[in-house]
Structure formats: C-alpha cells, structure tokens
Design a protein around this ligand. Sequence first.
Ligand SMILES: C[S@@+](CC[C@H](N)C(=O)[O-])C[C@H]1O[C@@H](n2cnc3c(N)ncnc32)[C@H](O)[C@@H]1O
Ligand code: SF4
Length: 408
Amino acid sequence: MHPTFSIQPEGRSAKSHAKLVTPVHATLGSQPPLSLYVHVPWCVRKCPYCDFNSHALSGELPEQQYLAALRADLEQALPLVWGRQVVTIFIGGGTPSLLSAAAIDQMLAMFRLYLNILPDAEITLEANPGTVEAGRFAEYARSGVNRISLGIQSFNDQALKALGRIHDAKQACAAIEIAQKAVGRVNLDIMFALPSQSLDGCRRDLRQAISFNTEHLSLYHLTMEPNTVFAKFPPAVPDDDSAAAMQDMIAEQTTLGGWERYEVSAYAKANARCRHNLNYWEFGDYLGIGPGAHGKLTFHDKITRHAKLKNPVSWMEHAPRLDGSHIAEERTVGADELGFEFMLNVLRLKNGVAASSFTERTGLSVLAIAPAIDRAVARGLLESDPTRFKATALGWQFLNDLQEEFLA
Ligand SMILES: C[S@@+](CC[C@H](N)C(=O)[O-])C[C@H]1O[C@@H](n2cnc3c(N)ncnc32)[C@H](O)[C@@H]1O
Ligand code: SF4
C-alpha cells in the first residue's frame, strides 16, 4: 500500500482542501515514526481499473538507470531525514516484482548504507502473481524483504480476464504458496463487487483467500477511478445493495476466520497489522522516492509534503542532475489543512486514535477542530468520547461525510 494517502480506494472522494476553522497553534515537540516509500512505476500491462502511477513496459526494464536515479533521489532527500530512524520500508507500484533479485538486493544495500534502518524494520514488496516473478520471492527474502503483498484480485479466471489481469487463478495459488515459503508475512489484495460478480462468486473468492491463512488480507471494493479505461467504458458491476451484502458477508467470514478489520479495507490476524500503512493512517511521516512518490515530513516548526516527477522517464532524467529538478512539489502544509488531513487518515482506523495524538502530530490545539467535532458528534458520526477520535458505526459507513466535516 502506498502513500499519496496510499491505497485508499474507498476514501478518495474527499480530495480538496478547503478552509478549516481558525487554527490555534501549539508546538511540534516530537517527530512521529518515519517510513520510506519506494515507487516502481512499471507493469506488464495497464489494468483497466487502475489509476496508480503505473505504465505498461515496452521493452526491457531500465533497471540500472532506475537504481541510479533512485540513489540520486534518496541522496538529495537525506538532509530532510538526517539522523532519523526508518521503521518501515514499502516497495510499491506498479509492479516491483518485475525487478530482478539483484536489483532489489542493490536497492536494499543502498538504503542500509544511507539510512538508519530499524534492525527489525518491516520491509514489504508488492508483487504480482506470475511465474517469473514468484520465482524471485526467496531471493528477495534473502536480501531483507520480510513481507510480500500479492495482487491476487480474484480466484475466478473469468473475473481476472475482465479485470485485464495477466495471471490466472492457478498462478495466483502458486504465487501465494511460494510467497508463504519465502517470507512468513503475506498480504493478499482481493477486490470485490467485480463485473458480473454474484454474492456467491464473491463468497467463493473469499473462501479461497481465507484457505491460505495468510496473516493479512486487503479487501477492496472495486471503484471506478477517473481517467481509467473502466471510467470511459464502465462494465456492469453489482448495485449498492449487492455490494453491501458482499461487505457484510466479508465481515462475517473474516471474523470467523480470526482476522480483525482494523481499517476500511485491511484485515489482520493478531499482531499482523501492516506497520507501514498504520504509520500513514496514524499521520506518521514518510519519505517518498521514485517517480510520482509522495511524502510527508515533520519538522520542529512545520509539516511539509513533497512529490516527485510523475513521469518515469522525466524522473530518471532529472534525479541524477542533483539539482532538485526531479521534485514536482514541495510545500508546507497550511495549518488550515492539517485538521482535515489528520482526520482523513485516522478515521479510517476502526479504533481511531487517542485524541492527544492530534496535537502531537499536527502541532495544533484540539480547539482548532472543536466545531467540526461537535458537528460530527451531533450527527452521530463520531464517538463522543473526549479521549479518542473514533468513528461510530454510522460514521464508518459514511466515512466521506464524516471526513468532510473537517473541511471548511
Ligand atoms: C498499488 S495496487 C497494485 C499492486 C500490484 N501491482 C497488483 O496490481 O497486483 C494495490 C492494490 O490496489 C487495489 N486497487 C487498484 N485499483 C483499484 C480500484 N480501482 N478499486 C479497488 N481497488 C483497487 C488492487 O487490489 C491492487 O492490488
Ligand atoms: S498491475 Fe497493479 S499497478 Fe499495475 S496496472 Fe494493474 S493494478 Fe495497476
């Protein structure tokens, strides 16, 4: 899962930043945990539903050019994170498993050289099922990858075809078994409310996912994203009632199987939450490197966001110039945006966060969002507990409405 607000398909609608109430400043007394996000922008083919910064590969993957640009990107960011410990790394995409084992080894060796990485840092690599890539999992693990997130999507060959996937169900199953042997920690990405999917079809997909007993499942409602092939030529998908029935069935089956839904789309066994994504959702810090990668960093007097050039070729051309021209955006987040940004993330968590973390993470007094809190509580969307920010069951169901209370 990855930043920008990472993989948050269901929370994407509340995008703009409008004015909040008058900010009341406190201080940023401490820095939150720091994660590293690395974007690998290529895929074998572009899936028709996907709006990530991913590009169909034509010809050979320019591994060495990519690694050189990544090194240059990281070098230029080092002053921003000097002395800080990196607690998690997420190599996402795109399809990072298109990179050779040697390239991932070089990449991780470079990170160890430049960064102070927590000895037992969570290091996740996003992978697509497909025989070539799956064969590399054990080698990735030898280089330090300790968690693999597999884009399975479905175990139904027809559905996989409709989604434009390059793998079939047999390859999906094989990849899961290989990943489980290579690293203990495996996540499966599954989508539901797929074209022509019935409740029974969804149940069969979920049963098969559950049968592998991986420690983590990410179960996403297929969304039609602007500027995708599906947005232009929308397939017939289940209506809202059918999708809601699927969501209910998922809640029941995952609970029975021992997974806890701790975030809108994330389900984990005990002690198996994704530490990297949790850091996003808890409004932690992350440095983003690679084309289109976003980041958020906290300093004693400000919180900044950065984004790198989106186009892989432009990013690879500019990063090695060492003049900062690979940076598409770098700005201080306004105090009037922080309340919304904080809530956009933390309210995705089932248990929310301690109210005290608002001041710790934003440097603002809770007074800055008091009117919005009152409104959300009055609408029954936010728990009235003054020590926690946590959505009610209703608020979680209508999360965008709740988050938007913190805009304007
Ligand atoms: C960064 S993506 C890609 C991971 C990997 N490249 C793959 O597709 O197998 C992470 C996950 O987001 C989910 N996803 C992508 N687009 C989506 C959409 N439009 N609606 C719902 N989920 C989506 C998919 O489950 C996907 O595996
Ligand atoms: S493989 Fe993953 S990242 Fe690539 S186009 Fe498909 S969904 Fe997007």
